[in-house]
Design a protein around this ligand. Structure first.
Ligand SMILES: Nc1ncnc2c1ncn2[C@@H]1O[C@H](COP(=O)(O)OP(=O)(O)OP(=O)(O)O)[C@@H](O)[C@H]1O
Ligand SMILES: [Mg+2]
Length: 419
């Protein structure tokens, strides 16, 4: 028997996961150089300026800065420079949790075997300052990702108060007793974020953000091809499969390299299971919907009950307007009562004002929806919700998740949400 017929073609599945950090990013040389020029000061010990990076979803902001952190620390260690970089993501965290991460990451780069789990944010900040002051380092670079995605405070409206408070503090650590060089790179998806900060906070940042533009379709193709070549055995992925995939992931609401990697991974798994020796367009077509559904499922499974139920109520009232599916807060409120009845609980009788302050903010942060507020006047109930996902897939996934969590009949929910 021919041994090669048993050979798998999907050799390195890990290369197509979210956690895989490539050596470099394609088409980002200029941006990387600009950032490095701004922070090189840390290695020679002079004072720098805070950097702000912005760009839309999936353009490589997080990975660019993680690569930067990795390479910065490698060079510093190798050359004996007394500086280090730490990376934290603020996504979905409270300010206190972010400080905890900053502190624990700082312990790590200093080689201190310690993790802290308790303390208020100001206590954690004080320990951070003390630790850094006592360390042999001359400077620290803090990379704070997704600061526009800090967890919203329950009681406040979605002002930037939380974010501004955090940003103000990290730009003023010297006034709190920090004696070392310290600068930060802050990353946001929202391009207007900086303008919404208070003047004192804003003034410590580079005037213009470093902007990560979106990739053109040919570039997306190139990135996908590069990744596929590393993950699969030589010459097993068709060019036409890659072009088709690039086409799909550049459709606005399907957008995303991560989705592209995910679909390639699905295709690889199916190929090896069935003994298929090539990844072609037909195979990609076959796994596209499953791949998307899996990704939506991951997101929906991460929601808390109130967010999930609010999403279901929004889906119940979704209308097709032009190319997009949308609804209004004023429709979601009564729909919550319908869903509550079905689930047999009174827990989810929310007012429009609450929905806007909390569940919708989270749903927007995980990219399932976009929220548009009316410009003037209005009472907020006319706030519009636009779905970012394929509505049929989303309904299916939400119905399955509700059925499972609340122990109700999935068919009832599917029937209610309709198609
Ligand atoms: N230029 C590139 N070359 C290779 N891979 C890339 C490139 N840009 C992005 N990627 C990959 O695409 C995925 C998304 O990138 P990343 O998470 O850094 O995006 P982001 O800008 O942080 O998005 P978000 O706003 O959603 O956080 C990652 O797996 C990353 O490795
Ligand atoms: Mg990111």
């Amino acid at each position: 028997m021919d041994v090669s017929s048993n050979q798998k073609i999907f050799l390195h599945p890990e290369i197509l996961t979210k956690d895989y950090l490539p050596d470099t990013l394609l088409f980002r040389e200029e941006e990387m150089e600009t950032i490095i020029r701004k922070i090189a000061w840390l290695l020679d010990g002079s004072i720098g300026i805070n950097v702000w990076i912005t760009g839309s979803k999936g353009v490589g902001k997080s990975h660019a800065t993680k690569i930067l952190k990795r390479d910065f620390n490698t060079v510093a260690e190798k050359e004996g420079y007394p500086a280090r970089a730490v990376y934290v993501s603020a996504r979905g965290k409270t300010i206190r949790e972010v400080w905890q991460d900053i502190l624990n990451e700082t312990f790590k780069v200093l080689g201190i075997q310690r993790t802290i789990k308790y303390g208020t944010s100001s206590e954690l900040r004080d320990v951070f300052i003390e630790t850094l002051n006592k360390s042999p380092l001359k400077g620290l670079l803090l990379i704070a990702d997704d600061v526009d995605k800090l967890k919203p405070a329950y009681t406040k409206s979605r002002s930037l108060k939380n974010q501004d408070e955090f940003m103000f503090v990290i730009t003023r650590l010297h006034e709190d007793g920090l004696k070392k060089n310290f600068n930060s790179i802050v990353i946001t998806r929202s391009a207007s974020f900086k303008n919404l900060l208070s003047a004192p906070t804003r003034s410590t940042f580079l005037h213009h953000p470093i902007y990560f533009r979106e990739y053109r379709k040919e570039e997306v193709e190139e990135i996908l091809r590069d990744r596929a070549e590393k993950a699969f055995a030589p010459k097993t992925v068709d060019d036409s499969a890659i072009s088709y995939l690039a086409e799909i992931v550049t459709v606005p609401i399907w957008k995303g390299l991560d989705l592209g990697f995910y679909i390639l991974r699905k295709a690889g798994e199916v190929a090896d299971k069935k003994g298929i020796k090539r990844i072609d367009q037909t195979l990609i077509q076959e796994v596209v919907n499953d791949g998307r559904k899996d990704m939506i499922r991951d997101t929906v499974a991460s929601l808390e009950d109130r967010e999930l139920v609010t999403l279901a109520a929004a889906l119940l009232t979704a209308k097709n307007e032009g190319y997009e599916w949308c609804t209004y807060v004023s429709d979601v409120v009564p729909a919550l009562l319908v869903i509550s009845k079905l689930l047999g609980t009174e827990r989810f009788r929310y007012r429009g004002s609450y929905i806007q302050k909390y569940p919708l903010v989270v749903l927007e942060d995980v990219d399932l929806i976009r929220v548009y507020k009316p410009f003037h006047g209005g009472n907020g109930r006319s706030t519009m919700i636009v779905f970012n996902e394929d509505i049929i897939l989303l309904k299916e996934v939400v119905a399955e998740e509700l059925a499972q969590r609340f122990n109700v009949n999935a068919n009832d929910i599917v029937g209610l949400l309709g198609n």
